[in-house]
Design a protein around this ligand. Structure first.
Ligand SMILES: Nc1ncnc2c1ncn2[C@@H]1O[C@H](COP(=O)(O)OP(=O)(O)OP(=O)(O)O)[C@@H](O)[C@H]1O
Length: 252
């Protein structure tokens, strides 16, 4: 299953105004891993994600998805493999109805109508948004938009699911629904988030970014126990691991 591998080598990205957002990042993610990318505001998380499906091109260094090195010839193929859920759902929703938005990707790939319908129905059901399919996306609430944006990616049946701040704006029920959806996704998952409780629930590995470099990359439990590392990267333990201020016991 080599097409599920993500390999980033010496990745450097300078924005056109000269901002050095990534300063030489290397890691490898294998099929089936669930990896969180965390770090303070401005650490370079979104910039990194945008390289994984070729929305940004490296200033230097390489990105490889499975058998393909990312370049102008491979980027279309790679985008079929890497499903990217953006931070802002409005970046993903632009058709007159929810159904059309979720159908957009499969239609673009040339699937027949019955297959498009199967994928749309399955994706909307997974995010609990089947009842919204006839609605215009601009009439949805923020949390509904987020769920539909996730469905637009699931309908492509990607091998690698990449999510930028997926829980923003979700109510507790929708958050739980998202957690079980990500758990059920049997391939590779890469999640950028400030929601460290989500990380503790979903990810066995954490990559910590700091000022465009990797400050740590390892098992989530180890990283969450390293108070010095967390403080130096402006992070905190998940609430579920913090002692109760009154009794000293663990929350939950
Ligand atoms: N289009 C851009 N032009 C210039 N600089 C940018 C641009 N986008 C991001 N940056 C800068 O690049 C650096 C990394 O930004 P990035 O958005 O990747 O950080 P982040 O870790 O995702 O932050 P946050 O947690 O706030 O979303 C920051 O210094 C930011 O100001």
């Amino acid at each position: 299953m080599s097409h599920h591998l993500v390999e980033v080598s010496e990745l450097v990205h300078h924005y056109p105004d000269g901002t050095p957002a990534l300063r030489g990042i290397s890691f490898r993610i294998c099929h089936g891993e669930s990896v969180a990318v965390v770090g303070a505001n401005g650490a370079g998380k979104s910039t990194l994600l945008l390289h994984l499906n070729g929305y940004l091109a490296p200033t230097s260094g390489t990105v490889r998805i499975g058998d393909f090195p990312m370049n102008d010839e491979t980027v279309r193929e790679i985008r079929r493999t890497v499903g990217m859920v953006f931070q802002d759902p409005d970046d993903q929703l632009f058709m007159p109805t929810v159904y059309d938005d979720v159908a957009f990707g499969p239609r673009n790939l040339g699937f027949p109508d019955y297959e498009v319908e199967r994928r749309v129905t399955a994706a909307l059901e997974k995010v609990g948004a089947g009842h919204l399919k006839g609605k215009p996306p601009y009439h949805l609430s923020g949390g509904e938009k987020r769920r539909v944006a996730i469905a637009t990616v699931l309908s492509m049946e990607p091998a690698i699911l990449v999510m930028d701040e997926p829980t923003t704006g979700l109510d507790p029920f929708a958050r739980r629904q998202l957690i079980s959806l990500v758990r059920e996704f049997e391939h590779t998952r890469i999640i950028v988030t400030h929601d460290l409780d989500l990380v503790a629930t979903l990810c066995e590995r954490i990559i910590v970014l700091k000022d465009g470099t990797i400050a740590a990359d390892g098992p989530a439990g180890e990283i969450f126990r390293d108070g010095k590392l967390l403080a130096s990267c402006r992070l905190e333990q998940p609430l579920s691991m913090q002692g109760c201020p009154r009794c000293g016991g663990m929350a939950g």
